[in-house]
Design a protein around this ligand. Structure first.
Ligand code: DON
Length: 309
């Protein structure tokens, strides 16, 4: 197997020199301020080796990567009842699309499109104040990383809440079908704050370790989820983690992964590695352009691919 540190530094040098970097998300005004020049990557292997290159220490907005942690939290608190609210099928539609909701009784296709994630946060928020819901997700992320300093970027949360008309539309539409049980405002409040959690690639790769490790957090040896749930979450990441580019991502990279419009991607090589990459410029589908390219190069170089174990 090639040397991991060398592989990461080669990939990083190539990505930093790449002229075509995609477009930074600007529909959330605060995210439009981030430079597309950033590139950072961290890999943590199953035997505990950790290697980073580039801007691995710079916090970024994890955005939709948070949907993985929210799903874990909802599965822990509500068990299989989560699946009454959201499906487990790829949507083949944009992350913020409303088109399938009307035809399908208001039940989102999966927990990783915006509508599905808002239905999940409604479950987390049920019977609580919104700050307790976001507190539960933050506690989980801090426990997974062993890092109590991780927090929400208030400016990003405010910026999205002030402009999140489409998410408010999705939430109200689902409420009309009874898919959202609590106050729409509470589910949205938790959702906007979870998306605004700021992490570095080092922190994000640490947070993903339980998914490479059959659900067990390597620090404590405690099960975060059962091996079956860990497999199933990874299956959803593979089939739905990149929205209408999920098929192409599986084709190119072959690993379960979840992207966010902040430019972060968390990818899992089961039994082998937890990988976090960040480059803020996005593809037209809203996934990190160079992050995807870097993961394609890394998975090929290291031979990490769920279709060729
Ligand atoms: O709701 C939104 O639009 C954002 N907070 C999250 C979207 C997102 O990250 C899509 N991912 N690539």
């Amino acid at each position: 197997m090639p040397d991991l540190a060398e592989t990461l530094s080669d990939i990083t040098a190539r990505m930093l020199a790449e002229p075509e970097r995609g477009h930074v998300a600007d529909y959330i005004p605060e995210l439009a301020k981030v430079s597309p020049q950033h590139f950072g990557i961290t890999v943590i292997t199953a035997d505990g080796q950790e290697q980073s290159a580039g801007d691995a220490h710079v916090p970024f907005s994890i955005q939709s990567v948070s949907k993985v942690f929210a799903l874990v939290e909802a599965l822990q608190s509500h068990g299989e009842a989560v699946w009454a609210r959201v499906g487990r099928e790829p949507s083949g539609s944009a992350f913020n699309s409303i088109v399938q909701l009307e035809a399908e009784g208001g039940r989102p296709r999966n927990p990783f499109i915006n509508a599905g994630a808002i239905a999940v946060t409604d479950l987390i928020a049920a019977g609580h104040e919104p700050r307790e819901g976001i507190g539960a997700i933050l506690r989980l992320v801090r426990r997974l990383t062993g890092d109590p300093s991780i927090t929400v970027d208030g400016a990003v949360a405010y910026s999205e809440a002030a402009t999140g008309f489409r998410n408010a539309g999705l939430a109200n539409f689902m409420k009309s079908f009874g898919i959202i049980a609590g106050p729409v405002g509470n589910a949205l409040d938790v959702y906007f704050h979870q998306c605004a959690i700021a992490m570095t690639t080092r922190q994000l790769a640490r947070a993903g370790r339980f998914l490479m490790n059959a659900g067990v957090c390597p620090d404590s040896g405690n099960a975060i989820v059962t091996p079956e749930r860990s497999r199933r979450i990874a299956a959803l990441m593979l089939t739905c983690g990149h929205y209408d580019a999920s098929g192409d991502f599986a084709f190119k990279v072959g690993l379960p992964a979840k992207s966010g419009v902040g430019g972060g991607i968390l990818a899992i090589a089961p039994g082998q590695a937890s990988i976090a990459v960040w480059s803020p410029g996005l593809s037209p589908q809203g996934n990190s352009l160079l992050g995807t390219q870097a993961l394609e190069d890394l998975s090929r170089a290291m031979g990490w691919n769920v279709f060729q174990p």
